[in-house]
Design a protein. Structure first.
Ligand SMILES: Nc1ncnc2c1ncn2[C@@H]1O[C@H](COP(=O)(O)OP(=O)(O)OP(=O)(O)O)[C@@H](O)[C@H]1O
Length: 676
């Protein structure tokens, strides 16, 4: 399934613009760096005649990524000063220096759904454009990209011809300051203790009130101290003894409240206490714990946390995710692996290749578990659980963590958990973090850009980190380029960017060199970035749970944060009721106009039934149905959940996924349903 011909998300942005897809007959449009993987098909509304005529102006832009296409590179680089060269780094992903056309920029000039964007990629297969296959511009001092990416170059000696360069991520930090220097606790950290906690299920163990009571092995205990964790957060107080006592667990606690350590500490402790099996330098590795998460950046972050807590012990965590060199990751794996942290696709690829065996798995952990059991990932998780060697659920421990847990997903989750699992809720299931001040403002689509400019007006002076969520990958490219053009230090992250670019974007954002990050939902969950002061929902998501995760990128670990959302009733009405509910539950001001929208949002349920405080264990007859998909038509089927921009099927080869997945559910790989 994850054969080497599959292209994953990281691959696609190498290709960027093509000249033959810009013809934009009357529709507003642009081309971005986010070339979709389905080369040559375009969408019905793209005329594919030639060059850039008809596209706003001749100054099309190529987004962040590299302009690899033969004809266009001339136009783009020469007219817009993209600075193209044959130096790979000249295509740095920082958005700056990209030409944006006079013809389409400007507020409101872009409708993310209105087309004007073409698919491209630099491979011969299936590429129907009239310029592909033409010689020139690729290598040997020509502009555009590195020789090894050139589809005409058959002897580059790389792992795969006709592909983006292999990406080997920088090594993880080795100095204590970098390893242990995590987010500072905020003024509301102490208030975590006042959040109501509920544990359902039979015979739960008592909670602990200090890390000393957690019975952690010495190495881990001192690493916890080095990380300046003085006392456990509520989810840690309950999860640690539950996991230590050998119970399966489904845990739901608000964003930024320490769920990662809540599972890592007891799992690492138990592995170390019970004796680790060393498997170094063995062809097939047999990890004792497997952690899966929905995005590459998240699994890498969890890996860094595991490494931090395991440091000095013989326990070796390893990470595996798509968009990176398989060979490199296999070499890391084969140096020994006790805890494997991975995206599901790359993990399944390693299992299928016989590089990872499951026979010794004691712990299977799903972080962002509701997403991992949602459309897109569920099949992979079932395959993982049914893979040869994987101990039955009665013979392993399964742990699930998230800030949101819709009822129907909880019910699915029961398939993977022991009968007597415990359900832990801190606060309300799916509740927003109360340390985030939420503001919803009504903004028409066409006014969003100017409104955003107001919000980031002083960012050059303040350097306040602002994370801006948009709906589609090409909107991300467009907006990032547009802001860069206006001298706002901006970068972007989404599933069509190369992995190297994604990681660099995050690094630049964290370092504050590019304090504005434009992101799709690929950055919505789990990412723990210090000092994010403001989250902006430039486009609101389709689901309230996604909203909760997005705004949870700020206001973490007791710090205060701010979230501003642009509400456009023509697009967002189906979210109105759930928004009202989430705002009121988090004691936020609810604008009267939003209540009006909620009341007239016929057919949508009035928010989720999140139950009483502490949420609801679906075993007790939870009624929380799928939310927000029912505008105008009552509840949607479960199957209609939006998949968002997540790292589905980060498989092997390059970072493969099946053709069907490449195409996305609609067969067109619509941005609204990105399969990444
Ligand atoms: N006991 C603690 N004391 C101090 N800081 C902590 C403690 N536990 C966790 N943290 C810090 O709090 C931050 C948030 O933790 P973490 O990323 O695990 O949150 P989360 O609940 O998993 O969030 P999300 O729902 O967004 O995934 C991290 O920077 C982490 O280092």
């Amino acid at each position: 399934m994850f054969d080497d011909d599959d292209w994953g998300s990281g691959a696609t942005s190498t290709t960027s613009t093509t000249s033959n897809v810009f013809s934009n007959q009357g529709e507003r449009g642009f081309s971005s760096g986010g070339g979709k993987p389905n080369a040559g098909r375009g969408r019905g509304r793209f005329a594919s005649s030639s060059s850039s005529s008809g596209f706003g102006a001749t100054n099309g832009f190529g987004g962040h990524s590299r302009f690899d296409n033969h004809n266009t590179i001339d136009n783009l680089s020469s007219k817009n000063g993209t600075g193209a060269s044959n130096d790979d780094d000249a295509w740095a992903p920082k958005s700056g220096g990209f030409g944006i056309s006079n013809g389409f920029s400007g507020s409101g000039g872009f409708d993310s759904n209105s087309g004007g964007f073409g698919d491209s990629k630099p491979r011969g297969k299936g590429f129907g454009g009239n310029n592909f296959g033409e010689k020139g511009r690729f290598k040997g001092g020509e502009e555009g990209h590195m020789a090894r990416e050139c589809p005409n170059n058959k002897s580059d000696g790389g792992e795969n011809n006709d592909r983006p360069p292999l990406y080997i991520p920088p090594p993880p930090p080795e100095d204590d300051d970098a390893i242990y220097g995590s987010m500072q606790k905020g003024i509301n950290f102490g208030k975590y203790d006042s959040i109501p906690v509920e544990v359902t299920g039979v015979n739960p163990p008592r909670c602990i009130d200090s890390f000393d009571a957690a019975d952690l092995p010495q190495h881990i205990r001192s690493n916890v101290a080095k990380a300046k964790y003085e006392k456990p957060t509520p989810v840690q107080k309950y999860s640690i003894p539950i996991i230590t006592s050998g119970r399966d667990l489904m845990a739901c606690a608000q964003t930024g409240s320490g769920k990662t350590a809540a599972f890592l500490l007891p799992v690492l402790a138990s592995l170390i206490r019970n004796g680790l099996e060393s498997s170094s330098f063995s062809e097939k590795q047999l990890p004792q714990a497997i952690v899966v998460g929905p995005t590459r950046e998240l699994v890498y972050q969890i890996y860094l946390e595991a490494r931090k807590f395991a440091r000095g012990s013989i326990c070796r965590p390893v990470v595996a995710y798509g968009g990176t060199s398989v060979g490199y990751q296999l070499r890391e794996l084969q140096r020994g692996c006790n805890v494997l942290i991975a995206t599901p696709g790359r993990l399944m690829d390693f299992i299928n290749k016989g590089k990872v065996g499951l026979d010794k798995v004691q712990y299977l952990i799903l972080d962002e578990a509701d997403r991992m059991l949602d459309m897109g990932f569920e099949t992979e998780i079932r395959k993982l659980a049914d893979s040869p060697g994987m101990p039955l659920k009665t013979e392993r421990h399964t742990l699930m963590f998230s800030a949101t847990f819709p009822d129907e997903i909880q019910k699915l989750a029961h398939d993977f958990l022991r009968e007597d699992f415990l359900f832990l809720t801190v606060g309300r299931v799916g509740g927003a973090c109360s340390d985030v001040t939420q503001t919803i403002i009504q903004v028409d689509q066409g006014d969003k850009r100017s409104k955003l400019l107001e919000l980031v007006a002083n960012v050059n002076e303040t350097r306040s980190r602002t994370l801006v969520f948009v709906e589609t990958k090409r909107s991300a490219d467009f907006l990032a380029c547009s802001l860069s053009q206006d001298s706002y230090p901006t970068t972007s992250i989404h599933g069509d960017r190369l992995q190297r670019e994604r990681e660099e974007a995050l690094r630049d954002f964290k370092a504050g060199t590019h304090p504005i990050l434009i992101a799709t939902s690929v950055a919505a969950r789990g990412l723990d970035i210090p000092k994010v002061e403001h989250v902006v929902n430039y486009d609101l998501p389709q689901e309230i749970d996604e909203y909760v995760h997005r705004i949870g990128r700020t206001g973490r670990c007791g710090n205060l944060g701010q979230a501003t959302s642009f509400y456009d009733n023509s697009k967002d009405a189906q979210l109105a009721r759930s928004l009202v509910k989430v705002l009121s539950e988090a004691m936020q001001e609810v604008p009267p106009w939003l209540e009006g929208c909620a009341e007239s949002a016929v057919g949508s349920s009035f928010g989720a039934d999140r139950g009483e405080f502490g949420g609801r264990d679906a075993r007790r007859g939870g009624r929380r149905a799928k939310q927000n998909q029912g505008f105008g038509g009552g509840n949607d089927d479960f199957g209609s959940r939006s998949t968002g921009d997540y790292d589905y099927n980060d498989g092997g080869g390059f970072d493969g996924r099946s053709a069907a997945q490449n195409n996305g559910p609609s067969g067109f790989g619509d941005d609204e349903d990105d399969w990444d």
